[in-house]
Design a protein around this ligand. Structure first.
Ligand code: SER
Length: 940
């Protein structure tokens, strides 16, 4: 069976057993405690916990689920590549019962599929059953044990041999530290050669880490919910969650040729058609890089031979192939689900995975330059029939990986050259150890991975000062702690009585509240209710005023505290007691500007998707009173036409004055509605707020908005730029923000203008527009700004003209001086015994002394038809220069290039050139005189 047949056969089998076949869920998990979707059951957690009804009739489902196990509880990253069956990405085939069938069916159907349908030899199968040392969290799974006994007995096998017991470590499955869980039963397959196989040896290999006994299927009987306090709460219904390692099953079926052959086995997940095309693409790429392993790579680079790579290649190359093939799948599938390499959280795990793959490619396979991205098409072709998102996102996957490889490539190059310099330095000083300080500098300042330094050190026979490195790391940590002066606001919560502030600011701009917490330093209060919006989702916190008795405090900022508390940062310590009644009023004008920018952000998002297509996804935003910033995924810079189309669309919607409506909905409903924009990569609670503008822009959003788009008034994009690979940023302003922006910009332009005017010593242009003042109409303000821009551009142009004129004058002066120098020197030439005249001059004291003067003087000699050798020098405090020219008649005998080469070492530099003209420079300025007097030596 090919892998696609295995997948299909599994799903068909469970469809026959009335299971609904569902698509794999995204690799971005719903659970906030997971980095990646790590098991088939993740998407069903709400059903297990009775938080959502089961939508399937009967309540059964089956699928193949994309899983990543890297970082977090189930973390296989470091094993990957060194064995034949661990992966960071894999598919898990699974079947589920939601409060429907239980252990009896789960076990007997598993047996039926493996033995009756797929022909697994029953005597090579072993089952494990949960039997804990103590009774926590559940007692011995006698039910599963009894069922397995029947199963093995009816196959004529001894249950005593084929059933093993395991404790919580092996036979109690948990998705993470919390969540649905329960005892499990695993099925293991023995792969010993027929002549060695005996049931008791088979038994002894179970869970021994031997590649000749592989766990293929885990049947979990979900009965509990693990809670954060460490307790296991029984669930109202009992469920089945099974997970079969797709690649492992393929490896066994294909490696044994459908169980016909157990001798001389080569069982490896990588030796299946799952990986064939990817491996082939890696081999071809390595060959095209002319790596040192050409011939052995050639021998595997064909469809027939590639799956034998593990038997043919030397071990380090084998590991590299596996690592690259595995990691590339993780990267491609993750990126297709919107998880991109970055500096934090799951993005950081991806970045490490990419760098690990690149390292193996460079170091072991000798591949030069970015290469992973070139393998993506082979991967997409293979898996897109099952996972169409790969085809949809192919160009994004390629460009994200390429950009990430390029940036890592630069890091590596820089690190390598620093390493080479250091190695030379150590060699000449006869030191054999890399200092901790140096390793740390590579790591910290240059982002060079520690283990790559380790590898280079090993090759260069250098030891590593690990302790020194650790010390430097620790010192750095201390320094950054000290430098990190940010105010950390912590709310003390006694026991369980979490403080929650009610937000009334959608409807009201002011209101009363009771003081629940008072903090003197930094000064803040927490209130029972507030109209102030706490910074969230890009929207800045409100400012306002707090009144208490006769006192008035400024609210400088509003931030989220722990739990649902809202913190009001004040200008000074609050003097009243806890429990005091206060009155709060927000800065309404400021809030209105924020709301205008927030509504405009939604319009902008919508317009970008209209102009650039639906692939545009929000990556972050800032919404303040001054401006808005919107970051989004898009592979290239926007053209001026695209920008003005976006601006026009937003402007039209503002002119239409569409209503902005908000509604509260359940997340479950929203999730199913593709027209509602959600922040990719964000997690939401059960109840969400949808902001709907005119029916065309619907977004999940907790922010504050205008009542209708018309209130935004006037909209202008002020910049578009790249902020990271594949991510663009637009900054825009609207309403009163436009006037402020225009006034600020005007000020900046005016400053630039006066600097230029001083530089060129000319008066300011007279038609410079008047400054757009506060409160002036935004469109008028914008007009004045545009005019100012125009003036500055013209003036810059003028400036350039002035510079051109100035340099002409300088040229003129140089020429004049050069002619004087010529007049002075050409008669003083000394004639060599060969009859060739030579002039040597140090021009450092001349009026226009500069390297430019050397050239001008050489030109003057040439233009006046002087024949001979000219050697000119010049120095300032930093640099010495030497120019040699040999007139054509003598280049047969003397070469300017050779003369320069001989002289420049004396000024500590390098140089060379043609035989008629050559130049060089160096930093040993005091050597110039020596160099010039040496000329006679060379020319004798
Ligand atoms: N949840 C179990 C696992 O991932 C079975 O699907 O192994």
């Amino acid at each position: 069976m090919q892998s696609s047949d295995v997948r299909k056969s599994f799903l068909d089998f469970f469809a026959e057993k009335q299971h609904t076949i569902v698509p794999s869920s995204s690799l971005l998990p719903d659970s906030p405690n997971l980095l990646f979707t790590n098991a088939g059951m993740n998407q069903f957690v709400p059903i297990f916990l009775s938080q959502a009804p089961c939508p399937y009739r009967p309540p059964r489902a089956a699928d193949t689920q994309k899983c990543i196990r890297a970082g977090g509880k189930h973390n296989d990253l470091d094993d990957v590549g060194h064995d034949t069956y661990h992966h960071t990405f894999f598919e898990m085939l699974g079947n589920w019962s939601f409060g429907d069938y239980f252990k009896q069916e789960a076990i007997t159907w598993a047996w039926e599929l493996l033995v009756d349908r797929w022909n697994f030899p029953p005597h090579r199968l072993f089952a494990t059953v949960y039997r804990p040392a103590q009774t926590e969290p559940a007692s011995f799974d006698e039910e599963a044990y009894a069922i397995w006994q029947d199963v093995f007995r009816s196959a004529g096998l001894d249950p005593q041999v084929h059933i093993l017991f395991g404790s919580k470590k092996d036979n109690f499955w948990m998705m993470g530290d919390t969540g649905p869980c329960g005892p499990c039963s695993e099925i293991h397959v023995n792969l010993l050669p027929d002549r060695e196989y005996r049931p008791d040896t088979g038994r002894s290999l179970v869970n021994s880490g031997s590649p000749q006994c592989i766990e293929i299927w885990n049947l979990v009987f979900i009965q509990f919910n693990a809670t954060a306090d460490g307790s296991f709460v029984p669930l109202p219904s009992r469920h089945v969650d099974t997970g079969m390692g797709f690649e492992r099953v393929c490896s066994i079926i294909q490696g044994t040729k459908g169980f016909t052959q157990f001798d001389n086995l080569h069982i490896s997940n990588y030796a299946t058609d799952v990986f064939r095309e990817i491996l082939l693409a890696i081999a071809e790429r390595a060959i095209s890089s002319h790596s040192q392993n050409q011939s052995v790579l050639q021998s595997i680079a064909s469809t027939e031979c590639i799956l034998d790579f593990e038997r043919i290649l030397p071990q380090p190359l084998t590991v590299a192939f596996r690592v690259i093939a595995d990691h590339l799948r993780t990267l491609a599938f993750a990126i297709a689900d919107g998880i991109w390499p970055s500096n934090e959280g799951r993005g950081y795990v991806l970045r490490r995975i990419l760098r690990r793959a690149v390292k193996f490619g460079r170091v072991e396979l000798g591949i030069q330059g970015p290469f992973l991205f070139e393998i993506v098409p082979a991967l997409v072709k293979k898996f897109a029939p099952t996972f169409p998102e790969l085809a949809d996102q192919e160009s994004t996957i390629v460009s994200v990986i390429k950009a990430e490889e390029e940036s890592f490539g630069k890091t590596v190059e820089r690190g390598l050259s620093l390493f080479r310099e250091e190695r030379q330095r150590l060699q000449s000083a006869q030191i054999q150890q890399l200092s901790g300080e140096f390793i740390f500098r590579l790591y910290d300042t240059y982002g060079f991975p520690y283990d790559l330094t380790e590898l280079l050190a090993r090759e260069a026979h250098l030891t590593m000062d690990r302790e020194g490195f650790d010390r430097a790391m620790e010192e750095q940590r201390q320094r950054s702690l000290a430098a990190h002066k940010r105010v950390v606001i912590e709310v003390n919560q006694d026991g369980d009585s979490a403080i929650v502030t009610r937000f009334i600011g959608y409807e009201a701009g002011e209101g009363k509240g009771t003081v629940l917490e008072v903090n003197p330093q930094p000064p803040f209060v927490i209130l029972s209710e507030t109209p102030c919006y706490a910074e969230m989702g890009g929207q800045v916190g409100d400012q306002g005023t707090l009144y208490f008795e006769t006192e008035t405090y400024s609210i400088l900022d509003t931030q989220k505290g722990k739990g649902g508390a809202v913190i009001h940062l004040l200008d000074r310590a609050f003097t009243g007691p806890k429990g005091a009644e206060v009155f709060v009023r927000i800065d309404l004008k400021r809030r209105h500007r924020i709301a205008a920018h927030h509504t405009a952000t939604h319009l902008l998002h919508w317009a970008l998707r209209m102009v650039l297509g639906n692939r545009v996804a929000q990556r972050g935003s800032y919404v303040g009173p001054d401006r808005l910033r919107f970051d989004f995924s898009h592979g290239k810079g926007m053209t001026p036409e695209e920008l003005s189309a976006v601006e026009r669309l937003v402007t039209e919607k503002i002119a239409a004055d569409d209503p902005v409506q908000t509604r509260i909905q359940s997340y479950r409903e929203v999730k199913m509605d593709p027209t509602i924009m959600q922040f990719f990569g964000e997690k939401y609670g059960d109840i969400v707020r949808v902001v709907d503008i005119g029916g065309y822009s619907k977004e999940l959003c907790g922010g504050t908005h205008l009542a209708s788009t018309g209130e935004a008034g006037f909209f202008k994009i002020v910049s578009e730029s790249a902020i990271a690979a594949g991510i663009r940023r637009i900054e825009a302003v609207c309403g009163a923000g436009v006037t402020d922006y225009a006034a600020e910009e005007w000020e900046r332009l005016r400053e630039e203008l006066s600097v230029l005017a001083r530089k060129y010593q000319v008066p300011l242009p007279i038609d410079w527009p008047e400054k757009p003042g506060e409160g002036s109409d935004p469109s008028e303000a914008w007009e004045r700004l545009e005019k100012a821009r125009g003036c500055l551009l013209t003036f810059r142009e003028k400036g350039r003209e002035l510079v051109r004129r100035e340099s002409k004058a300088l040229e003129e002066a140089l020429r004049k001086e050069a002619v004087e120098i010529y007049a002075d020197y050409h008669q003083r030439a000394r004639v060599l015994p060969s009859g060739v005249p030579v002039v040597v001059a140090n021009l450092s004291g001349s009026q226009h002394a500069s390297p430019g003067l050397l050239q001008a003087v050489a030109d003057a000699f040439k233009q006046r038809g002087w024949k001979g050798i000219l050697v000119l020098g010049y120095r300032d405090t930093q640099k010495a220069s030497i120019l040699v020219s040999v007139s054509k008649d003598y280049t047969g005998q003397y070469s300017a290039g050779t003369i320069v080469q001989k002289l420049v070492p004396l000024i500590g530099g390098r140089g060379g050139g043609r035989s008629d003209l050559a130049q060089g420079g160096g930093g040993r300025v005091e050597g110039l005189e020596d160099a010039l007097s040496c000329v006679w030596e060379f020319l004798k």
